[in-house]
Design a protein around this ligand. Sequence first.
Ligand SMILES: N[C@@H](CCC(=O)N[C@@H](CS)C(=O)NCC(=O)O)C(=O)O
Length: 246
Amino acid sequence: MRTLWSSFACISILIISVGNAVARSKNSKMPAQHIKLHYMPPSPPSRAVMMAAKVLGIDLELVLTNLMEGAHLTPEFLKMNPQHTIPTMDDNGFILWESRAILGYLVNAYGRDDTLYPKNPRLRALVDQRLYFDAGTLFSRYMTLYRPMLFEGAQMDETHAAKLNEAISWLNTMLEGRAFVAGDNLTIADISIIVTFTNLEAFDYDFSQYENVSKWFQRTKKALEPYGYNDIDVAGAQILANFLKN
Ligand SMILES: N[C@@H](CCC(=O)N[C@@H](CS)C(=O)NCC(=O)O)C(=O)O
Protein backbone atom coordinates (compact mmCIF):
# COMPACT_ATOMS: atom_id res chain seq x y z
CA MET A 1 0.00 0.00 0.00
CA ARG A 2 2.87 2.32 0.94
CA THR A 3 4.51 1.72 -2.41
CA LEU A 4 1.42 2.85 -4.25
CA TRP A 5 1.25 6.20 -2.57
CA SER A 6 4.95 6.83 -2.09
CA SER A 7 5.25 7.77 -5.76
CA PHE A 8 3.38 10.93 -4.83
CA ALA A 9 5.53 11.68 -1.82
CA CYS A 10 8.05 13.81 -3.66
CA ILE A 11 5.41 16.33 -4.65
CA SER A 12 4.35 18.53 -1.78
CA ILE A 13 2.50 21.31 -3.51
CA LEU A 14 1.24 21.27 -7.04
CA ILE A 15 -0.48 24.23 -8.54
CA ILE A 16 -2.65 23.54 -11.53
CA SER A 17 -4.62 25.98 -13.49
CA VAL A 18 -8.15 24.71 -13.52
CA GLY A 19 -9.69 27.87 -14.77
CA ASN A 20 -10.27 29.34 -18.11
CA ALA A 21 -8.81 32.77 -18.37
CA VAL A 22 -11.86 34.29 -20.01
CA ALA A 23 -14.25 33.05 -17.32
CA ARG A 24 -11.88 34.25 -14.62
CA SER A 25 -11.43 37.77 -15.97
CA LYS A 26 -15.14 38.24 -16.48
CA ASN A 27 -16.11 36.94 -13.07
CA SER A 28 -15.59 39.46 -10.31
CA LYS A 29 -16.50 36.81 -7.72
CA MET A 30 -13.32 34.85 -8.25
CA PRO A 31 -11.20 34.38 -5.11
CA ALA A 32 -8.46 36.95 -4.65
CA GLN A 33 -5.99 34.22 -3.72
CA HIS A 34 -5.80 30.61 -4.81
CA ILE A 35 -8.07 28.31 -2.85
CA LYS A 36 -5.99 25.49 -1.34
CA LEU A 37 -7.28 21.97 -1.63
CA HIS A 38 -5.65 19.22 0.42
CA TYR A 39 -6.15 16.11 -1.69
CA MET A 40 -4.81 12.91 -3.21
CA PRO A 41 -5.31 12.00 -6.89
CA PRO A 42 -7.19 8.71 -6.28
CA SER A 43 -9.47 10.13 -3.55
CA PRO A 44 -13.01 10.06 -5.03
CA PRO A 45 -14.39 13.04 -3.06
CA SER A 46 -11.26 15.06 -3.89
CA ARG A 47 -11.82 14.31 -7.58
CA ALA A 48 -15.40 15.63 -7.37
CA VAL A 49 -14.21 18.93 -5.88
CA MET A 50 -11.44 19.28 -8.48
CA MET A 51 -13.87 18.77 -11.38
CA ALA A 52 -16.41 21.20 -9.92
CA ALA A 53 -13.67 23.83 -9.55
CA LYS A 54 -12.86 23.36 -13.21
CA VAL A 55 -16.51 23.80 -14.22
CA LEU A 56 -16.57 27.01 -12.16
CA GLY A 57 -13.31 28.25 -13.65
CA ILE A 58 -11.61 28.39 -10.25
CA ASP A 59 -7.85 28.04 -9.89
CA LEU A 60 -7.05 25.61 -7.11
CA GLU A 61 -3.74 25.25 -5.32
CA LEU A 62 -3.56 21.51 -4.89
CA VAL A 63 -1.73 20.41 -1.76
CA LEU A 64 -0.84 16.75 -1.90
CA THR A 65 -1.68 15.12 1.42
CA ASN A 66 -0.16 11.67 1.50
CA LEU A 67 -2.45 9.57 3.71
CA MET A 68 -0.04 6.64 3.58
CA GLU A 69 2.64 8.79 5.16
CA GLY A 70 0.26 10.19 7.77
CA ALA A 71 0.26 13.73 6.35
CA HIS A 72 -3.34 14.03 7.53
CA LEU A 73 -2.38 13.18 11.12
CA THR A 74 0.16 15.94 11.71
CA PRO A 75 -0.65 18.56 14.39
CA GLU A 76 -0.96 21.21 11.63
CA PHE A 77 -3.48 19.18 9.64
CA LEU A 78 -5.47 18.16 12.73
CA LYS A 79 -5.67 21.79 13.82
CA MET A 80 -7.29 22.53 10.49
CA ASN A 81 -9.47 19.40 10.28
CA PRO A 82 -9.74 17.29 13.45
CA GLN A 83 -11.54 14.62 11.42
CA HIS A 84 -8.35 14.25 9.30
CA THR A 85 -10.09 13.73 5.98
CA ILE A 86 -9.38 14.86 2.47
CA PRO A 87 -10.57 16.83 0.64
CA THR A 88 -10.07 19.78 2.96
CA MET A 89 -10.38 23.29 1.55
CA ASP A 90 -8.70 26.47 2.75
CA ASP A 91 -10.17 29.56 1.13
CA ASN A 92 -8.02 32.35 2.50
CA GLY A 93 -8.36 31.03 6.08
CA PHE A 94 -11.90 29.67 5.71
CA ILE A 95 -11.51 25.93 6.29
CA LEU A 96 -14.08 23.41 5.10
CA TRP A 97 -14.16 19.65 4.72
CA GLU A 98 -16.82 17.17 3.50
CA SER A 99 -16.72 17.23 -0.28
CA ARG A 100 -20.43 17.90 -0.78
CA ALA A 101 -20.31 20.92 1.54
CA ILE A 102 -17.28 22.18 -0.39
CA LEU A 103 -19.12 21.75 -3.70
CA GLY A 104 -22.08 23.81 -2.44
CA TYR A 105 -19.78 26.49 -1.00
CA LEU A 106 -17.83 26.91 -4.23
CA VAL A 107 -21.00 27.44 -6.28
CA ASN A 108 -22.54 29.78 -3.67
CA ALA A 109 -19.37 31.82 -3.34
CA TYR A 110 -17.99 31.81 -6.87
CA GLY A 111 -20.60 30.51 -9.32
CA ARG A 112 -21.44 32.91 -12.13
CA ASP A 113 -25.00 31.63 -11.84
CA ASP A 114 -26.81 29.03 -9.75
CA THR A 115 -27.12 26.34 -12.43
CA LEU A 116 -24.87 23.89 -10.62
CA TYR A 117 -26.67 24.44 -7.29
CA PRO A 118 -30.03 26.17 -7.82
CA LYS A 119 -31.29 28.79 -5.37
CA ASN A 120 -34.93 27.86 -6.01
CA PRO A 121 -35.94 25.98 -2.82
CA ARG A 122 -37.51 22.98 -4.54
CA LEU A 123 -34.79 22.59 -7.16
CA ARG A 124 -32.13 22.92 -4.47
CA ALA A 125 -33.95 20.43 -2.25
CA LEU A 126 -33.76 17.84 -5.02
CA VAL A 127 -30.02 18.42 -5.44
CA ASP A 128 -29.58 18.15 -1.65
CA GLN A 129 -31.62 14.94 -1.55
CA ARG A 130 -29.34 13.41 -4.20
CA LEU A 131 -26.23 14.59 -2.33
CA TYR A 132 -27.45 13.10 0.98
CA PHE A 133 -28.45 9.91 -0.83
CA ASP A 134 -24.93 9.78 -2.25
CA ALA A 135 -23.20 10.41 1.09
CA GLY A 136 -25.43 8.22 3.23
CA THR A 137 -26.35 5.40 0.88
CA LEU A 138 -24.68 5.11 -2.52
CA PHE A 139 -21.06 6.01 -1.76
CA SER A 140 -21.42 4.46 1.68
CA ARG A 141 -22.51 1.10 0.21
CA TYR A 142 -19.76 1.33 -2.41
CA MET A 143 -17.26 1.77 0.43
CA THR A 144 -18.73 -1.09 2.47
CA LEU A 145 -18.16 -3.34 -0.53
CA TYR A 146 -14.82 -2.06 -1.77
CA ARG A 147 -12.94 -0.88 1.34
CA PRO A 148 -12.15 -4.48 2.46
CA MET A 149 -11.24 -5.42 -1.10
CA LEU A 150 -8.96 -2.40 -1.55
CA PHE A 151 -7.27 -2.32 1.82
CA GLU A 152 -7.56 -5.84 3.27
CA GLY A 153 -7.32 -8.00 0.16
CA ALA A 154 -10.83 -9.37 0.76
CA GLN A 155 -12.95 -11.11 -1.87
CA MET A 156 -16.17 -9.58 -3.16
CA ASP A 157 -18.94 -9.98 -0.59
CA GLU A 158 -22.14 -10.80 -2.49
CA THR A 159 -24.40 -9.45 0.27
CA HIS A 160 -22.66 -6.07 0.13
CA ALA A 161 -22.76 -6.15 -3.69
CA ALA A 162 -26.52 -6.73 -3.54
CA LYS A 163 -26.89 -3.71 -1.23
CA LEU A 164 -24.89 -1.58 -3.65
CA ASN A 165 -27.05 -2.79 -6.54
CA GLU A 166 -30.14 -1.86 -4.56
CA ALA A 167 -28.79 1.71 -4.20
CA ILE A 168 -28.00 1.84 -7.94
CA SER A 169 -31.54 0.66 -8.71
CA TRP A 170 -32.92 3.54 -6.57
CA LEU A 171 -30.77 5.99 -8.52
CA ASN A 172 -32.06 4.39 -11.72
CA THR A 173 -35.62 5.21 -10.63
CA MET A 174 -34.67 8.77 -9.63
CA LEU A 175 -33.34 9.25 -13.16
CA GLU A 176 -36.64 8.30 -14.82
CA GLY A 177 -37.57 11.15 -17.18
CA ARG A 178 -34.48 13.19 -16.20
CA ALA A 179 -31.27 13.82 -18.11
CA PHE A 180 -29.26 14.44 -14.93
CA VAL A 181 -29.76 13.21 -11.40
CA ALA A 182 -31.71 16.26 -10.15
CA GLY A 183 -33.23 17.59 -13.36
CA ASP A 184 -32.41 18.63 -16.89
CA ASN A 185 -28.96 20.06 -16.31
CA LEU A 186 -25.74 19.12 -14.62
CA THR A 187 -25.54 19.96 -10.91
CA ILE A 188 -23.07 19.31 -8.12
CA ALA A 189 -25.05 16.12 -7.36
CA ASP A 190 -23.98 14.64 -10.72
CA ILE A 191 -20.37 15.62 -10.05
CA SER A 192 -20.49 14.03 -6.61
CA ILE A 193 -22.16 10.84 -7.80
CA ILE A 194 -20.18 10.22 -10.97
CA VAL A 195 -16.92 9.48 -9.12
CA THR A 196 -18.44 6.28 -7.69
CA PHE A 197 -19.43 5.08 -11.16
CA THR A 198 -16.04 6.00 -12.59
CA ASN A 199 -14.53 3.74 -9.92
CA LEU A 200 -17.04 0.96 -10.64
CA GLU A 201 -16.26 1.10 -14.35
CA ALA A 202 -12.51 0.99 -13.65
CA PHE A 203 -13.13 -2.05 -11.39
CA ASP A 204 -15.15 -3.79 -14.17
CA TYR A 205 -18.25 -3.77 -11.96
CA ASP A 206 -21.23 -4.41 -14.23
CA PHE A 207 -24.12 -1.98 -13.77
CA SER A 208 -25.32 -2.12 -17.39
CA GLN A 209 -28.71 -3.55 -16.36
CA TYR A 210 -29.56 -0.13 -14.90
CA GLU A 211 -30.42 1.54 -18.16
CA ASN A 212 -31.12 5.07 -16.91
CA VAL A 213 -27.92 5.03 -14.86
CA SER A 214 -25.85 3.78 -17.81
CA LYS A 215 -27.21 6.49 -20.11
CA TRP A 216 -26.77 9.17 -17.43
CA PHE A 217 -23.18 8.01 -16.87
CA GLN A 218 -22.32 8.45 -20.57
CA ARG A 219 -24.11 11.83 -20.68
CA THR A 220 -22.36 13.11 -17.55
CA LYS A 221 -18.96 11.89 -18.72
CA LYS A 222 -19.45 13.93 -21.91
CA ALA A 223 -20.55 16.98 -19.95
CA LEU A 224 -17.45 16.76 -17.74
CA GLU A 225 -14.93 15.89 -20.44
CA PRO A 226 -13.93 19.56 -20.93
CA TYR A 227 -13.49 19.83 -17.15
CA GLY A 228 -10.91 17.17 -16.47
CA TYR A 229 -13.07 14.05 -16.47
CA ASN A 230 -10.27 11.95 -17.97
CA ASP A 231 -7.28 13.58 -16.30
CA ILE A 232 -8.82 13.82 -12.86
CA ASP A 233 -11.58 11.25 -12.48
CA VAL A 234 -10.58 8.39 -14.78
CA ALA A 235 -6.90 8.75 -13.90
CA GLY A 236 -7.69 8.65 -10.16
CA ALA A 237 -10.01 5.66 -10.53
CA GLN A 238 -7.33 3.86 -12.53
CA ILE A 239 -4.87 4.19 -9.63
CA LEU A 240 -7.43 2.47 -7.40
CA ALA A 241 -8.17 -0.19 -10.05
CA ASN A 242 -4.46 -1.03 -10.36
CA PHE A 243 -4.28 -1.24 -6.60
CA LEU A 244 -7.27 -3.59 -6.54
CA LYS A 245 -5.75 -5.86 -9.20
CA ASN A 246 -2.42 -6.07 -7.37
N1 LIG B 1 -17.50 12.21 3.42
C1 LIG B 1 -16.17 12.68 3.23
C2 LIG B 1 -15.24 11.50 3.06
C3 LIG B 1 -13.79 11.93 3.18
C4 LIG B 1 -12.86 10.73 3.31
O1 LIG B 1 -13.17 9.74 4.01
N2 LIG B 1 -11.71 10.82 2.69
C5 LIG B 1 -10.71 9.78 2.80
C6 LIG B 1 -9.89 9.70 1.53
S1 LIG B 1 -10.90 9.42 0.11
C7 LIG B 1 -9.77 10.13 3.94
O2 LIG B 1 -9.42 11.28 4.10
N3 LIG B 1 -9.35 9.14 4.74
C8 LIG B 1 -8.43 9.36 5.80
C9 LIG B 1 -9.03 9.32 7.15
O3 LIG B 1 -10.27 9.23 7.27
O4 LIG B 1 -8.27 9.34 8.13
C10 LIG B 1 -16.10 13.60 2.01
O5 LIG B 1 -16.92 13.42 1.09
O6 LIG B 1 -15.26 14.50 1.96
